[in-house]
Design a binder for this molecule. Sequence first.
Ligand SMILES: [Zn+2]
Length: 454
Amino acid sequence: MLCSVILRLHSKHAAPRPAPLLPARALARGVDAPPRPSGLSRKLSPNHTIQPTIPQLSSPNPCATIDEPFDSTPESPSAAGEEARRPPDPPRPPPAADPDVPQERKRSYRWTRRAAAGKRRALQRCAEGRSAREAAVMGDELELAADKHVGCIVTVEKKKDSFESLVMEHIRLNGAYWGLTTLDLLNKLHAVDSAEVVEWIMSCYHPESGGFGGNVGHDAHVLYTLSAVQVLCLFDRLDALDVEKVADYVAGLQNEDGSFSGDIWGEVDTRFSYISLCTLSLLHRLHKVDVQKAVDFIVSCKNLDGGFGAMPGGESHAGQIFCCVGALAIAGALHHVDRDLLGWWLCERQCRDGGLNGRPEKLADVCYSWWVLSSLIMIDRVHWIDKEKLTKFILNCQDKENGGISDRPDNAVDIYHTYFGVAGLSLMEYPGVKPMDPAYALPLDVVNRIFLRK
Ligand SMILES: [Zn+2]
């Protein structure tokens, strides 16, 4: 696999790696857990034994009044011996009712014992029922509704007056990339007319600048230019492009400090560094930019937590980390990443529900399944994530009736999260989904076709 070859090549140049620094979650699971440093363990003398600290309770067994018969407490040995030495008592009449314990209260004790037993049985039934419900909610009984998602994607283009279609008007080219890549991952790219798609893609092209707009008649931007190139890669139709013109457009947006602007208006962001390097690499024109300067700018955006921000000093964010790690992978400069430190930060993104968030204290969201997992794969730390729980989280965000995947369970589905959900499952090797390249965000066979054919 080309990607693993690329990643292996990068790792050859990696700086000496520090001793593994594993997160608490990984240690708890025993995943590659290093031996505990001897300085941290308690040193005991050979004769020393650890006495467990038992809290002194007012009653030997506070549950006995409910769970145990009242007369079940064994007598002490001395009391038993005393009893044995005593001559047998003459037959006694049946004991009279204890005047201190009213009959009504005795009935109450018996009721309490029966109630406790019934309560235990009820709790057991409840636990069994709850685990069955939890299993359903957590996705134990779920599987990928691939055909429904394909139907959802194919029909979304026809609903031009729908809400989703209207709000995506300005990013239609991104939507095409998300939808068509999902179809390819599910082996259904033939469900669309490739000639029709390529014709529409090229109608968003600006021949004077060499860039693509988000829709017909919209301004050119590197964001849509990468989507156009990626879609043409899916259909193996890069021949439709004036490759030199498109590469010159992207290369012309590099700034003196190595950063990239998104368009002629000059906004700078590490997202644009990734987009530019990815586009140029897919077009085999990486030599048109100063790659070293591009790498230096990305490294200047690295934070003390191992993550990356949009600009120097910007807060670490999973989406931004994907862009920076992906750009460094494409540039052959992954040795700038502190893999253990960043891997720790990334795997801490997994929430209790199994989903991943983009920053601390945020809710889990299906789209981070891609941003976080792809980054972890590129730095070889994906085994620090609980894949089973994440798979269940994604599957539980499906609309199994109408197709599509939402950001989190029971929310409205959209094409963006449908793509990132399926892409996340692809990275976790879900059956029936094609494998994906974590750096180029395209199916692996497409990336291999581009780089191995040359
Ligand atoms: Zn999202």
